[in-house]
Design a protein around this ligand. Structure first.
Ligand SMILES: C[S@@+](CC[C@H](N)C(=O)[O-])C[C@H]1O[C@@H](n2cnc3c(N)ncnc32)[C@H](O)[C@@H]1O
Length: 424
């Protein structure tokens, strides 16, 4: 099925209503009690392709507001500092906004009478699965780009946990049950909070947040640029959606507002954009991928170019590649070789002793013979990758690795074959 066909099927698939579920009813009541007005007639539904998401019972046109959430319904740095939450930490602590939001979520889930209970109950009881949760041994088996991304997010998670564990006061006890901190925030509950913040937090303007803080604490080590936004965090992502998120003043009150730049049809799922992410980013940060994602490509390692195509660089050309960073951002997509890959292939394969390499590369004035041969070179690189991936897939399937990773790698193999066919 083509990209357009795939999108159409994706958006027309029948969905199931979720609005009558207790947690959804309570979330609505909580939002309405606190000044939320649903002008787009939004419905929570379960969609076959994406799981839980939001549909609108009215058409949304370009530049329509999808949702406008009152500021005090967001969990921001201002929320954290206006409560006694900072007392959980030793005063010299240095924690990121991600660390703090994760700990706050865990604490609110534990509390019996939290103001946020209805929101917390609307969150997935189990966090989405991310490749960062794979064992180190299994991570090593992944293709290099996915392996590096998984390792990086695993490191962030481990560092966050070690910062929190160091910073929580040993004499802190919970106000509702008297338990010590380590019995309220343990590694398991922390992972739930951390992954939910990772997959659901929105970017917020730190200046606005600072302006809304009544009390200052200096435990924050980065910018207060992440926040959790009830109901708004129910929207799923699509690579062809475009949205604008911002703080606005409306009738004298501050709101976090999401505007659609693409529109959507009545009764259909409303998708938003989490950013122009490729599938490795979506998989490692959010735990899903989109077949046919328009931002997707096949990454190529610089060593592979020389190994597979049997090319060598003399000293001056090596320096040229280094100076212009042509050994990075190498990939092949539906549009062909990336700018840097094309340039590297030219610099490494040119036998006509071109003097002004920069002029050819930056004016895109490649000789016709080279342009003709790039398709063949890309085909060889893709073929090499497909063969390698096929054997990795076999090992991972035998190990019964998480099915999401297997599905992603199968999809990538198909993408390589498709790109290979384009290059024939
Ligand atoms: C901000 S939440 C969106 C709401 C979420 N589906 C829920 O039920 O709470 C982000 C998470 O939704 C899921 N998600 C978002 N967009 C998706 C998509 N296009 N396909 C599949 N899952 C998606 C992923 O699990 C992601 O981590």
């Amino acid at each position: 099925m083509g990209r357009t066909g795939r999108k159409r099927a994706h958006k027309n698939a029948p969905s199931q209503a979720l609005d009558h579920h207790e947690s959804a009813v309570n979330l609505r009541r909580f939002m309405s009690r606190n000044g939320f007005n649903d002008e787009s007639d939004l419905k929570l539904r379960n969609f076959p392709q994406t799981g839980r998401g939001v549909a609108a019972w009215r058409p949304l046109h370009e530049n329509d507001v999808i949702i406008r959430v009152p500021f005090h319904l967001l969990i921001t740095y201002a929320t954290l500092t206006s409560s006694n939450f900072p007392r959980l930490f030793v005063p010299t602590s240095k924690l990121t906004i991600h660390d703090l939001l994760a700990a706050f979520l865990v604490l609110q889930r534990h509390k019996t009478n939290s103001f946020w209970s209805d929101y917390i109950d609307s969150l997935p009881p189990e966090p989405p699965w991310l490749p960062a949760l794979l064992s180190e041994e299994r991570t090593e088996l992944l293709p290099v780009d996915l392996k590096l991304a998984a390792k990086k997010s695993r490191r962030s998670l481990e560092e966050s946990w070690s910062r929190l564990a160091r910073s929580i006061r040993s004499d802190w006890t919970c106000g509702c049950c008297g338990k010590n901190a380590d019995r309220v925030i343990d590694l398991h509950s922390f992972i739930w909070g951390y992954v939910l913040v990772n997959t659901r937090a929105v970017y917020v303007d730190p200046e606005t947040i600072r302006g809304e803080c009544d009390r200052a604490t200096d435990i924050l080590s980065d910018e207060p640029c992440m926040a959790l936004c009830p109901f708004l965090d129910m929207f799923n992502h699509s690579d062809d959606a475009a949205t604008r998120a911002e703080f606005v003043r409306h009738e004298g009150q501050l709101f976090y507002q999401l505007t659609t730049l693409t529109g959507s049809k009545k009764y259909r799922q409303v998708f938003i954009s989490y950013g122009g992410h490729d599938n490795v980013k979506l998989l490692t940060e959010y735990g899903f991928f989109i077949p046919g994602n328009c931002y997707d490509s096949v990454p190529i390692q610089v060593e592979e170019v020389f190994q597979v195509l049997k090319l060598v660089l003399d000293n001056s050309r090596y320096k040229f590649v280094q100076k212009h960073g042509l050994n990075k951002s190498l990939f092949i997509s539906e549009a062909g070789a990336s700018f840097n890959l094309k340039a590297l292939l030219f610099v490494a394969s040119d036998t006509s002793e071109t003097k002004n390499l920069a002029s050819v590369v930056y004016n895109d004035s490649y000789p016709e013979s080279f342009v003709k041969s790039t398709g063949r070179m890309c085909h060889k690189l893709l073929y090499f990758h497909a063969e390698k991936l096929q054997s990795v897939l076999k090992i991972l399937q035998d190990l019964e690795l998480d099915s999401l990773v297997i599905d992603f790698l199968r999809y990538r193999l198909d993408l390589m074959k498709k790109l290979c066919d384009n290059k024939q």
